[in-house]
Design a protein around this ligand. Structure first.
Ligand code: 5AD
Ligand code: SF4
Length: 441
């Protein structure tokens, strides 16, 4: 047998891309590729790109530029670009950077083995179609080896919401949900391999409406059925749109024990005028009322959100409305961004807010969110939580895992608890994580 070919995958952006990178590496495994940790030792480099940030494409071109010496040292090195920048730029990538051998969009990863064979034969390979078929169906079934205790499972992709700032509906295409039975099977296989916690992924995950054995299933139904899998102890999902938080999904936060008390529910702005301009199709008051209903179902829920400041037309008053909403709701975790124009989106046509003004607002919002995050983390001290241990800590005899609320927790614990869930009492709140002690059962 020939020596294995070495694959280096560099992943940018969202959890969806982390999942896709795993699937791509598995698909190329069937072509004899094994993953390595550095670009220097690789026979093939794949950049799995993200288009959500400003100048995303430019960053990919400069990353490719930095690979030039590697290619000069090893003329057989193959270089590929995958993900949303590949989808958005297509052939342009190969035109601007002739070193690139392969361009593959997020909908066609199952064709990677054939594409890899083509590039090994000295050809160029490009595929950024949006095929009807389910790309996951064609990926190798062999996911047998043991793996870590947490996994992602993509249940839907794409988005039909068309928020005025966002490129996802254009790069990832229309919303597509995967059939429920296939997801249950895949989840079962993950559990057999040692997975205890599954995070259901989708750009607009709570819009999930997959085909089930008895008609269409929503996300709540999918979660309830997943919860019947023995050995699967924790379920999470991300990312959601407020308008798709249906009653049964809210109820599940109260009555489905395996659904973790953590919800990422972006609002983007607290100003009705800006929400309208963003095409979010809900008001700030509706969002606040929704949060109240979810908290009625699960009072200890830790809420996470996304915010954009400096959206075109945002006044100081609009920004203050966002600050007010944050004060009213209270977030345990948050991601906030300065608006950046994405070419091709409706908002990109509008006059931007002055950059220094947006910077100042971002700073003020982040100060408030950090304060809330801090308070939420500190309030855990003295409480008992469950921790799923994922890896060894830096200190001797220490394990690190996540609490139900997704806080990182460091605990002195025996090694056999790795991959297991234990009850832990939180004793200290550090800069980025908690410290806990095992509770004797
Ligand atoms: N500018 C700034 N932030 C953006 N996001 C999406 N598009 C943009 C943009 N053009 C943020 C939103 C979204 C998160 C994933 O990224 O807050 O929820
Ligand atoms: Fe983008 Fe999310 Fe809006 Fe869809 S719901 S357009 S992914 S921000």
């Amino acid at each position: 047998m020939s020596a294995p070919k070495k694959l280096f995958v560099k992943t940018y952006g969202c959890q969806m891309n982390v999942y896709d990178s795993e699937r791509m590496a598995e698909a190329l495994g069937s072509e004899g590729y094994v993953q390595v940790g550095t670009a220097e030792e690789a026979d093939m480099i794949l950049l799995n790109t993200c288009h959500i940030r400003e100048k995303a494409a430019e960053k990919v071109y400069s990353e490719l530029g930095r690979m030039k010496p590697l290619r000069e040292a090893n003329p057989d090195l193959k270089i590929g670009v995958a993900g949303c920048v590949a989808q958005a730029e297509g052939e342009e990538i190969m035109r601007r950077q002739p070193m690139v051998d392969l361009v593959v969009g997020p909908q066609t990863y199952h064709r990677l083995p054939a594409m890899a064979r083509a590039v090994e034969g000295g050809e160029k390979a490009l595929d950024t179609d949006f095929p009807e078929e389910d790309k996951f169906l064609h990926l190798p079934k062999a996911r047998k080896p043991k793996r870590g205790p947490t996994a992602f499972l993509t249940v839907q992709e794409g988005c039909d919401k068309f928020c005025a700032f966002c490129v996802v509906p254009y790069t990832r295409g229309a919303e597509v949900s995967r059939p429920a039975e296939r997801l249950l099977r895949e989840a079962g296989e993950l559990v057999e391999r040692g997975v205890r916690e599954i995070t259901l992924l989708g750009q607009n995950v709570n819009a999930y409406h997959g085909e089930g054995p008895d008609g269409e299933w929503g996300l709540a139904r999918l979660i309830r059925e997943l919860a019947t899998i023995d050995g699967l102890d924790r379920i999470r999902f991300t990312t959601s749109h407020p308008n798709d938080m249906e009653d049964d999904l809210i109820a599940a936060h109260g009555d489905c024990e395996k659904l973790m008390p953590y919800l990422h529910l972006p609002v983007q702005s607290g100003s009705d005028r800006i929400l309208k301009a963003m095409n979010r199709k809900h008001t700030a008051a509706e969002y606040v009322a929704l949060i109240e209903r979810i908290r009625a179902a699960r009072p200890d829920l830790l809420l996470s959100g996304d915010f954009i400041v400096g959206f075109p037309g945002e006044t100081e008053e609009d920004f203050e409305a966002t600050m007010d909403l944050v004060r009213t709701v209270g977030y345990g975790q948050a991601y906030s961004f300065k608006y950046s124009a994405r070419p091709g989106t409706p908002a990109a046509e509008k006059a931007p807010v002055e950059s220094a003004v947006a910077d100042d607002r971002l700073q003020r919002l982040q100060a408030l969110l950090t304060e809330q995050q801090r308070a939420a983390q500190d309030s855990m001290v003295g409480r008992e939580v469950s921790v799923l241990f994922e890896k060894a800590g830096r200190l001797e005899g220490q394990l690190v895992g996540k609490s139900d609320y997704l806080h990182a927790v460091h605990v002195q614990a025996p090694e056999h608890l790795m991959g297991q869930i234990a009850r832990v009492k939180i004793v200290e709140s550090g800069p980025n994580s908690l410290k806990g002690e095992l509770i004797a059962e």
